[in-house]
Ligand binder design. Structure first.
Ligand SMILES: Cc1cc2nc3c(=O)[nH]c(=O)nc-3n(C[C@H](O)[C@H](O)[C@H](O)COP(=O)(O)OP(=O)(O)OC[C@H]3O[C@@H](n4cnc5c(N)ncnc54)[C@H](O)[C@@H]3O)c2cc1C
Length: 313
């Protein structure tokens, strides 16, 4: 199978999601298959270690700010050149911008929110998390098709040194859009998607004062402190520390959830964590359906006891 991956770019480098998609693309392509990378916002050398067979690029866009019309035209050119059975994109801002446009242009079946993808007989079988993860929709979509994959659906590919062929595309410059400004994320802001351990506080903390204690315990654990949406909406933690559907999707080795009920929109962001430990006074809280370990304890009792245990180590 021929698979084309569109690479989101951050700060001139293929984003982590692009490396994840290459993992999935290699599995879907199978032995003897081909994986091409459409890389428009960066120099091809930035993707030399991604383990793809070819890099399809458009030099005019490499140093230019992201422009959806220009990227849609370039991705169309890449699809025309590569003739893929399957196009993989992240369910990201760029994926949302471009996926439906090129799917219509090239008559590709489009499936969104995909958490898994498997090659079937002339089709691709997917599981999509819809309604905030409340429903899993299974689909078998005839090829050629385009999948918008959830961030974190595949593991990030390890660097694979090699010399992929670089193919230079030609695409007409689209008219009508004018780039005005881009706001980069605060470079000092924490990237919780990279943390190995996370301590998450939910509405169960009750008041802002508990944040300080939780922050200290997180420090002792070597963890980043994150929160559910109500905690962020209350202004107790900054937005970049929100986990869930409208926050970040994380996959740490350890996720300790204190006073988090386990709503589908929260689980959507952390359900893939390696080890989930939940502390909640309600034994029927849905978080316990996802946790590997749990304790029905009041977190105001748990925090000082846990802190003392960590300090005593
Ligand atoms: C479109 C959309 C997007 C959303 N995006 C997100 C998102 O990105 N992230 C997110 O988190 N939510 C998101 N939500 C909100 C989500 O539906 C839930 O409302 C939210 O996750 C609940 O947060 P919580 O678990 O902290 O609070 P609650 O649901 O209020 O749960 C608090 C829990 O704390 C427990 N508790 C109370 N006191 C204590 C105590 N002293 N000790 C121990 N446990 C205690 C309670 O038993 C309860 O289980 C979204 C909703 C929508 C509709």
């Amino acid at each position: 199978m021929k698979v084309l991956v569109y690479a989101d770019v951050e700060a001139g480098q293929p984003a982590a999601v692009a490396r994840e998609l290459v993992t999935g693309a290699r599995a879907l392509a199978g032995p003897g298959g081909r994986v091409d990378l459409a890389l428009f916002g960066a120099d091809p050398s930035a993707a030399a270690d991604m383990g793809v067979d070819r890099i399809l690029t458009l030099p005019a866009l490499a140093a230019a700010p992201y422009d959806p019309a220009a990227h849609a035209a370039a991705l169309s050119a890449a699809i025309a050149a590569a003739g893929p059975d399957l196009v993989l994109m992240g369910y990201t801002t760029a994926g949302l911008d471009l996926g439906p446009v090129v799917a219509i242009r090239h008559d590709l079946g489009l499936v969104s929110y995909c958490q898994t993808a498997r090659a079937g007989d002339g089709a691709v079988e997917t599981e999509s998390q819809i309604y905030g993860g409340k429903l899993i929709a299974r689909a078998a979509t005839p090829l050629p098709a385009l999948l918008l994959m959830n961030v974190g659906a595949f593991a990030e590919a390890a660097p694979a040194p090699g010399q992929p062929e670089v193919v230079t595309l030609e695409a007409a410059a689209p008219q009508g859009l004018r780039f005005i400004d881009a706001t980069a994320p605060d470079p000092d802001a924490v990237d919780i998607t990279r943390a190995d351990r996370l301590l998450c506080v939910g509405r169960g903390i009750g008041e802002a004062d508990v944040i300080e204690e939780a922050q200290e315990v997180a420090g002792l654990m070597g963890a980043e402190l994150v929160g559910s949406r109500p905690v962020v909406d209350a202004g107790w933690l900054p937005k970049e520390r929100q986990v869930g559907k409208s926050g970040r999707r994380v996959k740490p080795a350890l996720y300790l959830a204190l006073g988090v009920s386990g709503a589908p929109e929260h689980i959507e962001g952390m359900g893939e964590a390696g080890l989930i430990v939940a502390v909640n006074t309600d034994a029927n809280a849905p978080i316990f359906d996802h946790a590997h370990y749990g304790a029905t304890v009041d977190l105001t009792d748990f925090l000082p006891a846990f802190r003392a245990a960590l300090e005593g180590r």
